[in-house]
Design a protein around this ligand. Sequence first.
Ligand code: SF4
Length: 214
Amino acid sequence: MIITNDDELQEEFLTKLTDLYSRQYKDIHVSDLTLCLRQAAYKKLCPKRTTLEQLNFFVDGACRDMAIKEVYGNKGVKKLFMGIRMSTDVTASDGFPIEMKSTRASNGISDHYLTQLTIYMVLQDMREGHLIIQRIVPKQITVTEKQPPFEFKRIIIDEDEFQKIKYTTETNRDILKTALAEKNPLLCPVVHKKDSWVCKSCQWNSPAECPDKP
Ligand code: SF4
């Protein structure tokens, strides 16, 4: 047996993924409104070739989506809600949206997980949703016992929270729309300081492209 690096396959795989992303980037998706609006604008206006690091994110996310579809059935419908495209695959048996996220942290729930799920809830006019958190590195509790690798959460928001999330979603959608119409990603705000970790793997993080990044 001879094993060699297959550079051709790597090139083909990344090219196909770049094409797939560029087709998906045309509409505004919930994920565009979750972390960095400016990055979302750059992805649509100035797409760059997909890297191996992004392939990692893609496979990770695709596995979790596939797990939910396997369990709840693949309805395969994508619709526009408030001008934002989302998949209606993401509902549990009770009809409420469901999202699965993975983390290396052993506790806590990242804000952007809640942001994404609550946008799904608002777009479908629901006050309830489900979040499954996969702890990729479960903590060793005792010599024989490990933290469970999955946590299942029910998220309920009140009317006040619902209206605030709706307002923020509409505002961010409109900012992104304007930046796209003007072909200027710099019209979008940078990511919040607490989420500046996103900048480390951002393809548009050079001082010329994002001079005021946190
Ligand atoms: S460098 Fe940071 S702030 Fe700038 S576009 Fe990328 S993620 Fe957003």
